[in-house]
Design a protein around this ligand. Structure first.
Ligand code: URA
Length: 451
C-alpha cells in the first residue's frame, strides 16, 4: 500500500475507501507502516474529519485488528454501558450491580485512570483482594453465574487502538471526534455486547467540553453502533462539576456503597436510575421507562442491588464485608481540611481542576506506569447551589506520606480557587442534557434549540 497517496488524499479532503482503511489498519497493527506516516495521516484526519462511511470503516477495521469476545454462552441481551470519562464518575460501580440485580447480564471490560479522569478498574482494585484480570473463560463464566463481571481490557482486544491512542497522545490529535468515536466503539463492539448505553459527558471536566461537540460525538457513536447492528443510545450528561461528592478510588467505592443503600448524592443516584431504566428497556426487561425506574428504585431500597454488589466483589476475590463496614477499605493517613475563605453560594466547581488535584494526591496517573494510592482523593463538602459560611469546610484532601506539606499547601489553595463563590445563587446545570437515538436528539432544559 502507498501510504503517502492516502495521506495526500486525506490532506486534500477526499474520502478514503473502505478497503484502503481496512488494509491501512491491518498493516499499521502488524508494524509494516511506520509511526511517522501514520502520524501525518492522523493529523490530516484531524483537520479534514471523516465521513460517516470512513468512520464506520475505521471502527470495524480496528475491531478486526485483534481478538473479540463472544458473550453468546450468556443468555439474554447483553447491554453494556460506557462513559466518555469524568471526575468522580463512579456510575458503573452502582449501575452494574443495580441492573444485574434486575436480571440484565452485565459483562463489562473497563480501563484505568489517565490524566484528570478516573478509571473503573483502579476503583475496583482499591477493594482488598479484588481481581480485575479475568481470562476470557472466567469472565464469561462469572457473568453466567453472578450476572455481572468487570474485567480489565486486555491488549489483545483492539491492539490498533493501543498503538493509535499513543500516537494521538504524542501528536496532540486525541481530540478528533471521528478518532474518539472509532476508538471507543471498536472496543465496545469487540467486547461482545448486543446493545450499548453511552454516557457522553459535557462541561469543563469532560473529554469534549462543549455541548455541541458532545452531541456530535454522541450522534457519531450511535450511528456506528446501529450500523454495526448493536442498538445504541447516548445520554449527554453534565460534567461541569464532579459527579457526587467523592473523587478518588476507595472514596468513590464508599460513595457507591452509600448509593446502593438508597442514600448518597442525588446527582449520582439520578444518573444511575436514568441510565438504568434505559438499559432495562434496551435489554427487553421492561417496555416502559417509568416501570423500569420504579423497579430499580425498589432494588436500591430493599437491599437487592447492594447484595448483588457484595456477590460480585466476592466472586472476583474481594472482601464482601466492605459493604457493611467501609472502614475495611484503604484509608488515607493525612486529611487536609479546606475551609472557605468567604461566605456566599457555590456557583461553580471546576471539575477538571478537582480531577487534577486528586491526581496530584496520587489518586490518578500521568503515565501508564504511575503508582496510584487507593486511599487518596478529594471529598467535596459543598456542591454547586449550596450556601457556605466563612470558615465552613469546602472540601477535604486525602493523601499519604508521599505528598509533602508544601505540595499539600499548594493543593489546598488550588482547591479554594476551584470553587467559585458569589453572593447570588446560580442554579446548577441540568444533569441530563440530551438523549440521542438513531431517530434524532431530544434536548432537555437549557440546551433546547430555539427553532
Ligand atoms: N476514550 C477512548 O477509549 N478513546 C479515545 O479516543 C478517547 C477516550
Amino acid at each position: 500500500m502507498q501510504i503517502a497517496e492516502l495521506i495526500q488524499k486525506k490532506k486534500q479532503g477526499d474520502q478514503l475507501a473502505r478497503d484502503e482503511i481496512m488494509t491501512l489498519i491491518a498493516e499499521y497493527t502488524q508494524g509494516s507502516i511506520p509511526d511517522h506516516q501514520m502520524a501525518a495521516l492522523i493529523m490530516a484526519i484531524w483537520f479534514r474529519g471523516m465521513s460517516r462511511d470512513e468512520t464506520l470503516a475505521l471502527t470495524l477495521a480496528m475491531v478486526n485488528s485483534g481478538e473479540t469476545v463472544s458473550l453468546d454462552p450468556v443468555a439474554g441481551i447483553k447491554v453494556d454501558k460506557h462513559s466518555t470519562g469524568g471526575v468522580g464518575d463512579k456510575t458503573t460501580l452502582v449501575l452494574g450491580p443495580l441492573v444485574a440485580a434486575a436480571g440484565l447480564p452485565v459483562a463489562k471490560m473497563s480501563g484505568r485512570s489517565l490524566g484528570h479522569t478516573g478509571g473503573t478498574i483502579d476503583k475496583l482494585e482499591s477493594i482488598p483482594g479484588f481481581c480485575a484480570r479475568l481470562h476470557r473463560e472466567q469472565f464469561v463464566r462469572a457473568v453466567e453465574e453472578v450476572g455481572i463481571a468487570v474485567s480489565e481490557q486486555t491488549r489483545k482486544l483492539v491492539p490498533a487502538d493501543g498503538k493509535l491512542y499513543a500516537l494521538r497522545d504524542a501528536t496532540a490529535t486525541v481530540d478528533s471526534l471521528p478518532l474518539i468515536a472509532a476508538s471507543i466503539m471498536s472496543k465496545k463492539i469487540a467486547s461482545g455486547a448486543d446493545a450499548l448505553m453511552l454516557d457522553v459527558k459535557t462541561g469543563g471536566g469532560a473529554l469534549v467540553p462543549e455541548v455541541e461537540q458532545s452531541l456530535e460525538l454522541a450522534s457519531m457513536m450511535v450511528d456506528i453502533g446501529c450500523a454495526a447492528e448493536r442498538p445504541t443510545f447516548a445520554a449527554i450528561t453534565d460534567m461541569s462539576q464532579p459527579l457526587g461528592r467523592c473523587v478518588g478510588n476507595a472514596l468513590e467505592v464508599k460513595e457507591a456503597i452509600k448509593t446502593l443503600k438508597g442514600k448518597g448524592s442525588e446527582d449520582l443516584r439520578e444518573l444511575c436510575l436514568f441510565l438504568g431504566s434505559h438499559m432495562l428497556s434496551l435489554g427487553g426487561r421492561t417496555s416502559d421507562l417509568a416501570e423500569g425506574r420504579r423497579y430499580l428504585e425498589g432494588l436500591l431500597t430493599d437491599g437487592g442491588a447492594l447484595a448483588k454488589f457484595a456477590e460480585f466483589i466476592e466472586h472476583q476475590g474481594g472482601n464482601r464485608h466492605i459493604v457493611e463496614d467501609t472502614s475495611l477499605m484503604p484509608t488515607a493517613g493525612i486529611v487536609t481540611e479546606v475551609p472557605s475563605p468567604l461566605g456566599g453560594y457555590i456557583n461553580q466547581i471546576g471539575a477538571r481542576e478537582i480531577g487534577s488535584i486528586a491526581k496530584e494526591l496520587s489518586a490518578g496517573r500521568d503515565t501508564e506506569g504511575s503508582i496510584v494510592d487507593p486511599a487518596a482523593g478529594v471529598i467535596l463538602n459543598k456542591k454547586v447551589g449550596d450556601r457556605v459560611s466563612p470558615g465552613e469546610l469546602l472540601a477535604e484532601l486525602h493523601s499519604g506520606k508521599n505528598v509533602d506539606g508544601h505540595t499539600l499547601h499548594d493543593l489546598r489553595n488550588r482547591t479554594i480557587e476551584a470553587f467559585n463563590i458569589d453572593e447570588g445563587r446560580a442554579s446548577p446545570s441540568r444533569l441530563i442534557r440530551a438523549f440521542v437515538t438513531r431517530e434524532g436528539i431530544r434536548h432537555y432544559g437549557n440546551d433546547t434549540p430555539e427553532h
